[in-house]
Design a protein around this ligand. Structure first.
Ligand code: FAD
Length: 362
């Protein structure tokens, strides 16, 4: 995974939105792998969107890509609106829950479904998983192994370099039916097609009509209790100039261009209480620290916002809006793709209004 800003920008130049629309669901499709940089706030959805529009391709050919990008803003807006409520079954109670943990065989990448086991191993080694495989895995965990979504979602978030609790929790809830009208299922035939495997006689090798009454397959019955923890780096001493305001960066905002034209103290704030509640692996935390090095003169502070303010007697703090922030000071808004921020009842009602802003002629 690259972490130099210039290399990240190069990746945006290489996006192929037309092929994306044709093959994004295949394991080798033209997906961008930009999510770790968007999630960490290094680049915004708006920036990627504007770069795509610069390609001057007729809109109908890039619509699928723009729509997928827009899902990110949509989930963020819901998180912003519902706050803590996204940590509970949002629209309906998840039905048919048998446990509140996670299948041991999924955790160990030994479910017996090759494509899924491979992609869990890839998650552990590279911190990435293709969107379709995230859906398959969530469906197996919640709808076949019948675990409540919360702990499996936390496990995935812990391991993803692109961990974004809004997209994560709300997508898991979409798959298990607590944030949608029905549970999402994928059978072996579907997985074989998109992942180029050729497995037969697995517990997923059944008709869709059989899923609703399927008993938990033997291989998924045993569960484990997850012990997800982020170990905090040591606190170091900062050099603060009290004549300048202080910009607060965090796990969701590592934008190297933020207020770039003026002099500030720039602090990457790692708050233990945020990581106690939403733990990430140390690989993910280290990745974010590497990304923060794109910000000139950034210093890392481990502790709470209040500790930082009182230890260094900070008079003026500035931060970017995000649902996890509990800071005081001046709040900058983030860059959204569209001005429109209502009609959140369904993605497509939101999308319809956003599309109007574009005033599309082709
Ligand atoms: C169960 C589950 C958990 C998920 N957890 C996360 C998560 O923690 N963090 C995260 O960033 N995404 C999450 N997603 C959404 C999606 O899978 C990833 O954003 C996408 O796979 C990232 O890969 P990419 O950058 O190659 O995406 P591309 O397909 O290249 O898409 C480009 C960009 O569009 C946005 N995007 C595309 N698809 C989606 C989507 N379905 N929802 C939201 N945004 C999307 C992302 O910002 C992505 O970087 C989850 C999806 C599911 C089904």
């Amino acid at each position: 995974m690259v972490n130099k800003y210039e290399k990240i920008i190069d990746k945006i130049e290489k996006i192929d939105p037309v092929n994306y629309a044709k093959n994004r669901n295949f394991i080798d499709g033209s997906v961008t792998k930009l999510s770790p940089y968007i999630s960490r706030g290094v680049i915004s959805t708006k920036y990627v969107f504007e770069k795509i529009l610069e390609q001057k391709i007729p809109f109908y050919k890039i619509e699928k890509f723009v729509q997928e990008l827009c899902w990110r803003d949509y989930w963020q807006l819901i998180w912003k609106e519902k706050k803590e409520a996204i940590n509970f079954d949002l629209k309906n109670n998840q039905e048919n829950v048998k446990n509140y943990s996670f299948s041991k065989s999924l955790y160990e990448a030994k479910s017996g479904i090759q494509a899924i086991d491979n992609s869990i191993n890839e998650l552990y080694s590279d911190g990435y998983m293709h969107n379709h495989n995230r859906m398959y895995l969530a469906s197996i965990a919640c709808n076949v192994a019948k675990s409540h979504w919360m702990n499996p979602a936390k496990w995935m978030y812990y391991n993803l370099l692109d961990g974004d609790w809004g997209s994560n929790a709300l997508s898991w809830q979409w798959v298990c039916g607590s944030n949608s009208n029905k549970k999402y299922y994928a059978n072996q035939e579907n997985i074989n097609k998109y992942c180029y495997t050729n497995q037969k006689n697995t517990f997923l090798d059944i008709d869709y009509s059989s899923f609703e009454n399927l008993e938990v397959p033997e291989n998924l019955v045993e569960t484990i209790d997850l012990n997800l923890k982020t170990s905090m780096p040591p606190r170091t001493t900062l050099k603060i100039d009290n004549h300048k305001p202080t910009l607060i960066y965090n796990y969701y905002n590592l934008d190297p261009n933020w207020r770039i034209d003026k002099e500030y103290n720039r602090v990457y704030l790692i708050e233990p209480k945020v990581f106690d509640k939403y733990p990430v692996s140390n690989k993910c935390l280290d990745f974010s620290t590497e990304l923060s090095k794109n910000i000139k003169n950034i210093q890392v502070y481990v502790g709470s916002f209040l500790d930082l303010v009182s230890e260094y007697d900070l008079k003026e703090t500035i931060y970017k809006e995000h649902p996890l922030n509990n800071y005081s000071g001046h709040e900058d808004q983030r860059d959204w793709m569209f001005e429109h921020k209502e009609n959140l009842k369904s993605f497509f009602s939101y999308w319809k209004k956003c599309k109007k802003e574009l005033n599309i002629k082709n």
